[in-house]
Design a protein around this ligand. Structure first.
Ligand SMILES: Nc1ncnc2c1ncn2[C@@H]1O[C@H](COP(=O)(O)OP(=O)(O)OP(=O)(O)O)[C@@H](O)[C@H]1O
Length: 619
């Protein structure tokens, strides 16, 4: 209904109402007057014959349809009766024409009156329409504001709903948590109840146990009293035992002393100078070699050398060759298959003597490439099984020293490493960039080398570093016989001092481990120039060593220690106060036959020497 009216000129959107129908009426309704709720201002044409009372009655009609009904009702009587103002003249009965004119006039006046009435009714209708439009506008406004209010309320409701939802969710969550907590508390309660029940049971049991324990305690008290009297008896027994232990300790020390004496006697029986022979195995670099060595006895004391075929000029000498067999006997012979541990097993007792306060000297003698360095030090990259005499001796000395500690022995060990090259001393542990001059001096019976580096050794691992430094510093020169030949004598010395805090006994021993320079003769080495000088020096010192040993054996009044630096340095370890071992290293190569024979002959001479009895050095 509102929309229909709006098409007739009502603009609801702009909150503005305007209605006009000027063509047939002059009714004007202004919005401002409507909004102020004043009575409608209406203009009705004055020409109308309708009375104001009639207009009022028409205005009181509420709807258009009822207005139309009234209009229709007003028309009805007009058709049945003549209008009030028309007075028709009396006509003669025959004056039909006059009568018709009268009737026409009456009809015309009636028609005019009816038209007026209709206009009036139309105006009323329009006024009603305007009122309706106004009401509609108001209602529209109210509706709009109601809609807005409704929208606002809706939004608020929605917001409230959301808040409520959030609150509800948190409440549900809290409720769940509380439920969980409650369940956990129930469980706990159940557990506590269980524990309570168990503890109640236990407490009941404990009460029973307590009674038993009291009885038991009383019984134990009695036992303790009995044991205390027993302990008093045992205390006396312990004191007696302590006396026995002290006696046993004294006995042990005496036995240790006895052991050392016996050990020394065994060493003496073996001879203070002993010779071991070792044959180097064939290396891939040796090529194919005829076996020139044989070992005739099972005691490993004999070695036979057969002259190789290549040394005979003709095949006729084949028969002769068979007879050219050279037999040698030594304290021990190690064949090609002997390992480093086999060698050390035989000399470990000698090394032990150094710890017991004796001077011990172990040499390796032989031509270049016969295995001297291998025997004394091991290969360039030694493993536990391939390491030589020097590292093994050090390990043993440290091990024995720690074993003797619980008998009251405390040892200090000092190490030095030097080489004698062309009759000059070089410090192998010193700084090669700053070489010092070294002299051999004798002071209060001891031999000392001036400016020599002496290192206090606390652990065997420390010696490994010293060995590496020495190897770097060592003079290595090329000869025709061995690409990397040591042309110097190297002397590694351990000075061992021991003090026994229980017996106040002291001892001082020295262990010299000497890797001699190659013993090949001048003719064999084909040396010239500097190498010739080296070879001469080596040969002189090796001959001097031989001469000293021979003189000592012959108990000559003069022993030519001063003939070489080597013998002068080792004078205290070569005499009667020392134990000496010489390794004779020989090569398996056929072409080294002559040199091998020479080495073995020299070793035989040494082996036949007897150099008095070694004495323990007590400082
Ligand atoms: N028993 C052995 N087992 C395995 N290899 C050995 C043995 N003896 C020596 N060799 C090897 O033979 C070679 C020569 O040995 P080594 O250098 O010890 O001879 P050397 O007599 O000390 O010579 P030099 O007088 O030149 O020092 C080395 O490569 C060494 O590793």
């Amino acid at each position: 209904m509102f929309r229909t009216r709006a098409t007739k000129g009502v603009n609801l959107e702009k909150n503005h109402c305007f209605y006009s129908r000027t063509a047939s009426t002059n009714v004007t309704v202004s919005q401002s007057s409507l909004s102020k709720k004043r009575p409608l201002s209406t203009t009705v044409p004055s020409t109308s014959q309708a009375s104001s009372s009639r207009s009022k009655s028409l205005f009181s009609v509420g709807t258009r349809s009822s207005t139309n009904a009234k209009t229709a009702a007003a028309k009805k009587p007009a058709t049945s009766s003549a209008p009030k103002g028309a007075t028709a003249p009396k006509r003669a009965a025959w004056d039909t024409k006059g009568k018709l004119e009268d009737l026409t006039k009456q009809f015309e006046s009636f028609r005019k009156e009816m038209l007026n009435k209709e206009n009036m009714a139309q105006q009323v209708v329009e006024q009603k329409d305007q009122a309706i439009v106004k009401i509609e506008c108001e209602m529209s406004e109210q509706l709009q504001s109601a809609n807005k209010e409704c929208e606002k309320l809706k939004n608020e409701l929605q917001q409230k709903n959301t808040e409520f939802e959030v609150e509800r969710e948190s409440f549900v969550k809290k409720l769940k948590e509380l439920k969980d907590e409650n369940a956990a508390l129930q469980d706990k309660l159940e557990l506590v109840n269980q524990q309570l029940r168990t503890e109640q049971k236990m407490s009941a049991k404990l009460r029973l146990d307590e009674k038993d324990l009291k009885l038991d305690l009383e019984a134990r008290d009695n036992t303790i009293q009995q044991n205390l009297s027993k302990i008093a008896g045992l205390d006396t027994r312990v004191k007696e035992c302590e006396g026995v232990i002290e006696e046993l300790k004294r006995d042990k020390l005496e036995h240790e002393y006895e052991r050392r004496k016996l050990h020394n006697t065994i060493q003496e029986l073996k001879g203070n100078i002993r010779v071991f022979c070792r044959v180097r195995p064939c290396l891939p670099s040796d090529g194919e070699q005829e076996n020139i060595y044989s070992y005739p006895d099972i005691d490993q004391k004999k070695i036979s050398l057969t002259k190789p075929l290549s040394f005979n000029e003709t095949a006729i000498n084949e028969t002769l060759r068979k007879t050219e067999k050279f037999d040698f006997s030594f304290d021990k012979v190690f064949d090609q298959s002997s390992g480093q541990s086999d060698i050390f097993e035989e000399i470990s007792q000698l090394v032990q003597s150094a710890l017991d306060g004796y001077n011990v000297c172990i040499f390796a003698y032989g031509q270049t490439g016969s295995g001297k360095t291998y025997t004394m030090q091991g290969p360039d990259m030694p493993t536990d099984s391939s390491q030589g005499v020097i590292p093994r001796s050090i390990a043993q000395i440290f091990q024995s020293a720690s074993q003797l500690e619980h008998m009251g022995w405390k040892y200090t060990i000092e190490a030095s490493f030097l080489e004698i090259y062309n009759e000059k001393i070089f410090d192998l542990l010193g700084n090669p960039g700053k070489p010092e001059k070294h002299e051999i001096q004798t002071a209060s019976g001891d031999v000392v080398v001036t400016n020599l580096t002496i290192v206090n050794v606390g652990h065997p691992a420390q010696v490994k570093g010293l060995m590496e430094t020495a190897v770097k510093n060592r003079h290595v020169a090329e000869t025709m016989l061995n690409a990397k030949s040591s042309r110097s004598h190297s002397v590694f010395t351990l000075k061992i001092k021991g003090v026994n805090s229980t017996t106040s006994e002291t001892c001082a021993g020295k262990l010299h481990l000497v890797d001699l320079a190659g013993s090949e003769r001048l003719k064999e080495s084909k040396a010239e120039g500097e190498r010739l000088k080296e070879t001469c020096c080596i040969n002189t010192s090796l001959s001097a060593l031989g001469n000293v040993i021979m003189s000592l054996a012959a108990k000559k009044s003069h022993v030519p220690f001063r003939d070489s630096k080597l013998t002068y340095l080792l004078q205290n370890s070569l005499g009667g106060n020392s134990k000496t071992l010489m390794f004779i290293n020989v090569s398996p190569r056929e072409e080294h036959f002559s040199e091998s024979i020479n080495s073995l002959r020299f070793a035989t001479k040494v082996n036949n020497c007897s150099i008095g009895t070694a004495k323990k050095v007590i400082k």
